[in-house]
Structure formats: C-alpha cells, structure tokens
Ligand binder design. Sequence first.
Ligand code: ZN
Length: 133
Amino acid sequence: MVKKVDHIGVAVKDLEETIKFYTDILGMDLQGTEVVEEQKVKVAFLPIGDSEMELLESTEKDGPIAKFIEKKGQGIQHIAYRVDDIEKSIEELKAKGIKMIDEKPRYGAGGAKIAFLHPKSTHGVLVEICQRD
Ligand code: ZN
C-alpha cells in the first residue's frame, strides 16, 4: 500500500533556529515555508533524497504542535508514507480495522492530500498517508 517515506514531521519551538541546524550544519536546502491555517502551523520543507523533512512550528498557543511539544517536548511528531490513491488507502485501512483520525483526506502542506491514522492503531507512532499528484 505505501510506497516510500514521503516526509518526517518534526515539532519545533523555533523554526528559524531549527532551519539553521538543517541547512548550515547538515547542509540541506530549504525549499520553502508555508502556513497551514487549518492546522495552526508553519511548515518548512527540506528535501533529502527522495523524501523530505518537514519542520513544524505552531502559529497558535493551542495548536496541535504546541500541545505536542507541551506533552512530549520537541521531536519527531509524525511519519508520512506516500500512497498512490488516498481514498482507496483509507478504505483499505478501515477494512483492516485501523482507526483513522481522518476518515476523509484533507489538504496538507505542499498541496498534498493527507490523512492521519490513530496512534492507538499504529503502536504509538502518528502515521500519515500522503498522496501527491
Ligand atoms: Zn505530514
């Protein structure tokens, strides 16, 4: 069902400072940033090989990323796997007994269609599936 790791989402407190680590220290390129209002988050994209790192900074005190950092601190927040047909994948996952956070795809950063699986169904990792056309 899944094709590859599309991206790794990292929750950070200070986007600008974190970007410096990935670019100046690790030598990655910053492709751009985008604010996703619906998720109260500012995202920075740093491609690496066939995948990318997505750095996520909350734009609001009550956003999901702010809450994540409050509970767990900064760090990896989710792993996203690429799928070809997200609607079909959601149906397949549900048929296999997986609890979905998103029963329907929504729009994520970079114009992707995304859906999250519930961590209760994934042994603790917040898993996203992601379709890019
Ligand atoms: Zn993601």
